[in-house]
Design a protein around this ligand. Structure first.
Ligand SMILES: Cc1cc2nc3c(=O)[nH]c(=O)nc-3n(C[C@H](O)[C@H](O)[C@H](O)COP(=O)(O)OP(=O)(O)OC[C@H]3O[C@@H](n4cnc5c(N)ncnc54)[C@H](O)[C@@H]3O)c2cc1C
Length: 382
């Protein structure tokens, strides 16, 4: 039998690639391997689940069996690949060798682990997939106070969502503003004010130094000497593309697995997309880029080599208390920011010396201007 096309990972990258591939090739054997339970779900929904009162089953869109049928594919769940042997075009699952025609790495990013002193490490929950979300919902059931670590996009979305779901929220992050790598300070201030307006307590500056079980929950000790009492802790301090297994196989990695615009790694017949991939130097851990990659790579795998291109890719942040759309200035560009508006309605735009728009952050009523601005934005990969 012909060796299959093997996709490692059944997140949005893996399943969308499989769908796109099947539109072009219904015959080639296709095998998907995933370390998790293989349910199809939309990861961005994880940070809207409490407000919508949806548990993990409610967010799941299809079982692995239904996906296998829909894709005319084999889906192996709870199966972790442990190595890649590019020379023999096979991968390893423990001591089982699995041959591939083409191998696609869509194994995502892992959460950065929090290490603090104290006996309450077990109260910390990262939420980066449906199983994490289920574990956190179980831990938070019947509790009231949640401490969120991290003020990035995911930390802020969880703050808004958990408050919508009836929780008391404290948020701690060692930075001066929310979403420091994404937002102009004026837009960040609008988001912070809005979150505080619905009751979030933001502690920006100090770090968590110690987490200790106490008689009525958990005590979080911060570097400024303050103590926060909570029941559970959500860790949202960052994601790191998974690169270890690729690097061990001699595949070139940087921040992510390096691929060219054909999504090809440094090794023949091995490709990568999604959170684990760094495409022409760009490591973008969002849905829009992976969808573009899935469409292009499907064509390549079906025999029509196709380079991926990225248009502008603005991000809609799910903080309904402060509508927010942001298009960060691409790496390597420099410009000058100008800010209009006040209070919750901020329009911050960054233009280069010739007046060309490089990026923006829009909050509140100013979000209405996104369509007009999007037309002016430069493509990320033309
Ligand atoms: C809470 C949250 C909210 C978000 N909101 C947005 C948003 O609003 N907009 C947006 O654009 N982006 C958002 N993102 C980011 C977006 O969801 C991700 O970029 C995207 O889902 C990544 O998909 P992926 O398939 O690359 O990775 P994942 O979904 O992480 O999938 C990785 C897969 O690989 C498997 N795997 C890992 N290691 C192995 C192994 N060794 N062997 C076998 N299988 C393995 C895993 O089990 C999993 O199936 C959000 C992310 C989070 C966490």
């Amino acid at each position: 039998m012909n060796a299959p096309v093997v996709i490692v990972g059944t997140g949005l990258a893996g399943y969308n690639l499989a769908r796109e591939f099947r539109k072009l090739d219904s015959e080639t054997p296709l095998l998907l391997i995933t370390a998790d339970d293989g349910r199809s779900y939309s990861k961005p929904m994880l940070s809207t689940g409490f407000g919508k009162n949806k548990d993990a089953d409610g967010l799941s869109m299809a079982s692995p069996g239904a996906m296998a049928e829909q894709l005319n594919a084999q889906v192996r769940t709870h199966t972790r690949i442990s190595g890649i042997d590019p020379g023999h075009k096979q991968l390893w699952i423990g001591d089982e060798a699995v041959p591939y025609r083409d191998l696609i790495l869509a194994w995502g990013a892992q959460t950065v682990q929090v290490t603090v002193e104290g006996d309450a490490q077990d109260a910390i929950y990262p939420i980066n997939d449906l199983e994490d979300y289920a574990r956190f919902r179980t831990a938070a059931a019947g509790k009231r106070r949640v401490l969120i670590l991290g003020a990035g996009l995911i930390g802020c979305e969880f703050a808004n969502d958990l408050i919508a779901g009836g929780y008391d929220v404290d948020l701690v992050a060692p930075c001066e503003q929310v979403m420091p790598t994404l937002l102009h300070p004026a837009a960040a201030a609008a988001v912070q004010t809005a979150l505080e307006g619905i009751g979030a307590r933001l502690h920006l500056g100090p770090v968590l130094t110690r987490l200790q079980h106490s008689a009525d929950g958990v005590e979080a000790h911060l570097s400024d000497g303050s103590v926060i009492r909570c029941d559970v802790v959500v860790s949202a301090i960052g994601l790191r593309p998974r690169t270890d297994l690729a690097a061990a196989a001699g595949i070139r990695v940087n921040r992510g697995i390096e691929v060219d615009r054909l999504l090809k790694t440094s090794h023949a017949n091995i490709f990568a997309l999604g959170d684990c991939a760094q495409v022409e130097g760009l490591s973008l851990l969002y849905v829009m880029p992976l969808m573009s990659c899935a469409r292009a790579l499907a064509k390549t795998l079906a025999g029509n080599p196709t380079a991926v291109s990225y248009g502008a890719m603005p991000i809609t942040v799910k903080t309904p208390v402060c509508p927010l759309v942001v298009s960060p200035v691409p790496p390597g560009y420099e410009g000058v920011w100008s800010v209009e508006g006040s209070g919750p309605d901020i329009k911050a735009v960054c233009r280069d010396a010739d007046g060309k728009l490089l990026g923006y952050a829009l909050t509140g009523e100013a979000v209405r201007e996104k369509l007009a601005l999007n037309k002016e934005l430069p493509a990320l990969l033309a």
